[in-house]
Structures are given as structure tokens and as C-alpha cells.
Design a protein around this ligand. Sequence first.
Ligand SMILES: *[C@@H]1O[C@H](CO)[C@@H](O)[C@H](O)[C@H]1NC(C)=O
Ligand SMILES: *[C@@H]1O[C@H](CO)[C@@H](O)[C@H](O)[C@H]1NC(C)=O
Ligand SMILES: *[C@@H]1O[C@H](CO)[C@@H](O)[C@H](O)[C@H]1NC(C)=O
Ligand SMILES: *[C@@H]1O[C@H](CO)[C@@H](O)[C@H](O)[C@H]1NC(C)=O
Ligand SMILES: *[C@@H]1O[C@H](CO)[C@@H](O)[C@H](O)[C@H]1NC(C)=O
Ligand SMILES: *[C@@H]1O[C@H](CO)[C@@H](O)[C@H](O)[C@H]1NC(C)=O
Length: 411
Amino acid sequence: MKFSLVILSNLLALALGQTGFLPPIAEPCDNTSLPRILCINNYAAVMPYPFFRPVSSLRNDYDFGATSVPNDPSFLLVNQSDFLVFDRDRGLRLLGPKPSLTIVFNVTQSIHEAPVYVASQNKLYLSQLPPPYGFLPQLVIDLNQDPPTISEFLSDPPVYAANGGTFHRGLIYWGASGGVDDVGGMEQRVDIRTVDPVTKKSTTILNNYFGNYFNNIDDLFVHPNGDVWFTDPDYGYFGNLTMTPPQLPAATYRFRPSTGAVHLVEDTLTQPNGIALSPCNRTVYISDSGALNGDISPTSARGIGYNQTGKRAIYAYDLSHDATHLTNKRAIYLAEDFIPDGLKVARNGYVVTAAGKGVDVLDKTGTLLVRVRTDFPVQNFAWAGRKLRTLWLTGTGAVAKVEWNLQGQVL
Ligand SMILES: *[C@@H]1O[C@H](CO)[C@@H](O)[C@H](O)[C@H]1NC(C)=O
Ligand SMILES: *[C@@H]1O[C@H](CO)[C@@H](O)[C@H](O)[C@H]1NC(C)=O
Ligand SMILES: *[C@@H]1O[C@H](CO)[C@@H](O)[C@H](O)[C@H]1NC(C)=O
Ligand SMILES: *[C@@H]1O[C@H](CO)[C@@H](O)[C@H](O)[C@H]1NC(C)=O
Ligand SMILES: *[C@@H]1O[C@H](CO)[C@@H](O)[C@H](O)[C@H]1NC(C)=O
Ligand SMILES: *[C@@H]1O[C@H](CO)[C@@H](O)[C@H](O)[C@H]1NC(C)=O
């Protein structure tokens, strides 16, 4: 089949008299992997005419595979693949000899976020947000069971609408993105909460900026020095998780729990979303998902729109030597699909982002190496397992796992 496709594509290109097109665009990376692991030659830099990828809206996400390329039949293979390999050498190495993508749980059609792996328990904690589900409880996946089990998890007191999380020195750190007068019998505003996975006790470590509510603490990481870096976009209001319109600009902050001081570190992004630290502790990555935006005025209707020409990029910054501020902002990646959401850095420095129906793996300069293709939107992910070689993807309707060679950082 491979060879007949190549010949057919060649003939078509010749017949079209088009320059620069070297068929086929897509081919199985090796003859044992048909066609779940698909190599895209030359990043499909020249496609044969006519080709067209429809523009996505909130209702329809037209991914790369939705591009119509009638004069290269090899492109039809894209829709059958689990892994698209753009960089053959580094991509196949990070996938390893037997990569796999498996849906492990069908979950509700709500957003699933804030996955945090607790290695000492071999359990993965995650949250569920509307629509249509509520905000409590969270969920926990027990990886000691075969097959793994999923059940509800409620901390004491409960955390409302956890939206991003990490693990640091025995504690789950959750960015809680909701603000209401009464949830689980008590008031809660947007905050940063630690949860002890052993005792299930939760503790608020930050819930205001000089009296103002935060908007939607979305994602965070903890620097080795203990500072918590977090993004605070406006989504809580659009999604009706907060009862009050934003009081602060969408921005990114650094919080030092030992002193209580909060520092603004970035205020140029439309909707700062994922945030991650490189393993060398010198580069911070922040994604801007401003293409997904709404109106923050108090009189506006709640809700959100998607405009593909809006901001949907990952930016890299140098972290100053005293680890207090960011310099040298540069865009490194425009999401191939939808918006960049959850963001983390692998042990080898590769940058991984959830984006639409899948996950992209980039090198540190933003070169796309591999895309994992799922049939559900992925919001976030976390590495788990003894060697941290399994990536758990949490999204709308499903929780899946990827087995590959790319290892997570030890947290
Ligand atoms: C894959 O193709 C190579 C070269 O065509 C051939 O030598 C090899 O036996 C093939 N492997 C399998 C598993 O078919
Ligand atoms: C590939 O799948 C997308 C949906 O993800 C669909 O819109 C498109 O028509 C499919 N392409 C082909 C050639 O079947
Ligand atoms: C999830 O749902 C799909 C479609 O209903 C089904 O084919 C699949 O077996 C389910 N998977 C799991 C892990 O339950
Ligand atoms: C927002 O949430 C509040 C309380 O949970 C509810 O009363 C209200 O109807 C919701 N508004 C919208 C627009 O969904
Ligand atoms: C980054 O910080 C961690 C924790 O302190 C440390 O283990 C690691 O060696 C640091 N990395 C580098 C390259 O200094
Ligand atoms: C997207 O934004 C651009 C620039 O603001 C605007 O011209 C365009 O009409 C918008 N598209 C949609 C579908 O709203």
C-alpha cells in the first residue's frame, strides 16, 4: 500500500506541474508500525494544490487531519494515526520501540484538570470542572490496582474547582479557580491550596492580592526554592466559577509562602494559562490561550468565544539568577491545534503541551517533534509510574495514557 501511495502521489504531482512538492506527505515510520505511528515528511511544508483546512470555532475543531489534500492520498493516513512524527530522529527516539495510546477511563463531558501524581501512593489526583458537572469532589486514580480504578476524592475542607496542580515536598499544590459564598458549607475565593494526600487535610496558603480576589488561579509550579509561580487568567468568570467579575488584570505571579509576598512577574499575555519550569531551572515557559476569550465587564453575559487568529502561543523566558524575575520573552510555538493548555517540561528538557485533541512535544526552541492524537480534547497531563514514563492525559470525556520513552521530572 505504501508504495502504491507513493507512486500515485508522484504521478499526481507530475500531472499538476507543481514545484516543490515531494510526495508522500505521510508514511508509516517503519513497516512494523502501520499506521498508528505516522511520519510527516518535511513538516508537509509544501502541499499539493488544492488543499484547505477549515477554520475552527468553539463548536468545531478542525485539526491537522481535517485538512483536505485530495492530490496526496497519503494524507488520509493522518486520521488513522495515534502519533504524528515530525522529526524522525528525535521523535522516534522519544517514542521508544513500543509507544501506545490507550483510553483508560471514560469520564463525564466536563473539563478534567489539575492532575497530580503522588509517587509514594502511586496515585493520580485530578479535578473535574463544569460543564455539566459540579466542582466537588475531585477524583483519584489508584495505579496499584490492575486495571487501575477511579473514585471520588474529597479533601478536608474541600477544594473548589482545582484547575492546575503540582507536587512539592509531600504536598499537592492546587490552584483553585472558583470563588463563591458557599461551597461545601463555606466561603471560598480563588486560592492556592495545599493538600496532604495522607491526611487529606487542605490548607489555604494564598487567597487575595491586598484584598482583591484573584480571577482564576489556573496553573502553577513550585520552584526548588519554594516559590509558587502561577497564572491568573479570566476564565473563572467566563465559566461562572466566580460570582464576581475580575478585579485584577490577567497576569502571572510569583508567591513566596515563607514571607507571604506576591510579586507580579508577567502582564503582557492575554490569557496566561500553562506554566512550567525547565529541569535546568533557568527557563520558564508560559502559554497564552487568549484566542479563547470573553468579556469581563460586570454587565456582560457569561461565556466564551474562540477566535483562531487570537493568541495561542507558548512563550519562553529566562529566569534571573536570583530566581525572582523573567527576561528575554520570546514566542517559541504557535499551537498547531486549538490553544496551548496544560504545559510541562520533560526530564530531558522537551516541552510538552496539551493542545486541542492531543498533546504536542517540542524541543526547547519550539520545534514540533511529535503530536499525540486523541479523539477527545486534552486539558492537562501528568507523568506517573515508577520510571515516570507513562503520561496520563486528562480531558473532556476521557482519561488516557501514553506509554513512551519520554520521562517526566521527579517532583
Ligand atoms: C521492513 O522493511 C525492511 C526493508 O524493506 C525489511 O528488511 C524488513 O524485513 C521489514 N520488516 C518487517 C517486520 O517486515
Ligand atoms: C479526519 O477527521 C476529521 C475529524 O477529526 C474530519 O473532519 C475529516 O473529514 C477527516 N478526514 C478524512 C479525510 O476522513
Ligand atoms: C469508552 O467508551 C467507548 C465508546 O462508548 C467504548 O468503546 C470504550 O470501550 C470505552 N472505554 C473504556 C475504557 O471504558
Ligand atoms: C452561575 O452560577 C450561579 C451559582 O452557582 C447560578 O445561580 C447561576 O445561574 C449561574 N449563571 C449562569 C449564567 O450559568
Ligand atoms: C534544579 O533544581 C533542583 C532542585 O534544587 C536540583 O535538583 C537540580 O539539580 C537543579 N538543576 C540544575 C541544572 O541546577
Ligand atoms: C477573529 O478576530 C479577527 C481580528 O480581531 C476578526 O477580524 C475576525 O472577524 C474574528 N473572527 C471571528 C470568527 O470572530
